[in-house]
Design a protein around this ligand. Structure first.
Ligand code: HEM
Length: 230
């Protein structure tokens, strides 16, 4: 039961990670008019005309969000690999610290962008504050649990931090669905897609965590292994 589910979860995660990378790198691709054409297809003409150009007009703020986001995606994907964790525990610890730092940076710059380059007012700021804070709290708890050698809880908090931030992908897909189905401008749905994106990712990761949480060994097995040891 868990094995086929694991393949589905890995496929969803890989898709989201690749899509998120493309979203970031697209800002630095050549051919701005082609970029605008794709953004118009993906998010409608209002977003392409009023919001997307503001990222180009504010390169420092945009880069302070997108460059650490790229590092966050790549490090997160590497850290999830059990093989690399077991083979290189020292590397896992260092990359874990870097992952925590990038999570804090992308969350703070994401919240800043929602205020400085605001597109739809409070409806954009509130979910950014909620999910940005949630990402930071998750990663801080993840690091603390690792230090306390509570690795079950460490894994769970790090998964939450990764999934909440990757909610950007679900949000963008929802925006594409809403704008293309209704023909309404992106501003109509902007708040909704943030809640939907990170909210559904959070729900998905909670299901996954509960399905795969390491169970405590039954008492019978513990006492028999103790007896064998003695
Ligand atoms: C994997 C992590 C993340 C990635 C890859 C990412 C990527 C991006 C990209 C590519 C944009 C530019 C929007 C566009 O291309 O149309 C953006 C904007 C934004 N991000 Fe992030 N982001 C991430 C995490 C976060 C987090 C945790 C927050 C929460 C605070 C956040 C809040 C925002 C906001 C509010 C905007 C402006 C939205 C807009 O006007 O389009 N991001 N992000």
């Amino acid at each position: 039961m868990i094995k086929p589910l694991r393949s589905v979860a890995v496929a969803i995660l890989a898709f989201q990670a690749v899509f998120a990378l493309v979203l970031c790198l697209a800002h630095y691709a050549r051919g701005y008019s082609e970029q605008l054409e794709i953004v118009t297809q993906m998010a409608g003409g209002d977003y392409a005309a009023r919001q997307y150009p503001r990222f180009r007009q504010n390169p420092a703020l945009t880069a302070s969000h997108l460059v650490p986001s790229i590092a966050f995606i790549l490090i997160g994907a590497t850290q999830l690999s059990k093989r690399s964790r077991l083979a290189y525990p020292k590397v896992h610890r260092w990359l874990g610290r870097l992952f925590a730092l990038t999570t804090v940076v992308i969350s703070i710059t994401g919240i800043l962008i929602s205020i400085v380059l605001n597109y739809t007012g409070v409806s954009e700021i509130v979910p950014s504050l909620v999910f940005g804070t949630l990402s930071i709290v998750s990663v801080i708890l993840g690091v603390r649990r690792a230090r306390q050698k509570h690795f079950v809880a460490h894994r769970e908090w790090m998964l939450r931090a990764y999934a909440v931030a990757l909610g950007i992908v679900t949000a963008r897909l929802a925006l594409f669905g809403f704008t293309s189905l209704t023909g309404e401008p992106a501003s109509e749905f902007f708040g909704t897609i943030f809640w939907l994106g990170s909210g559904s990712n959070l729900l998905g990761v909670e299901v996954w965590i509960n399905l795969t949480r390491a169970k405590p060994r039954p008492l019978g097995k513990v006492t028999s292994s103790l007896a064998n040891a003695g």
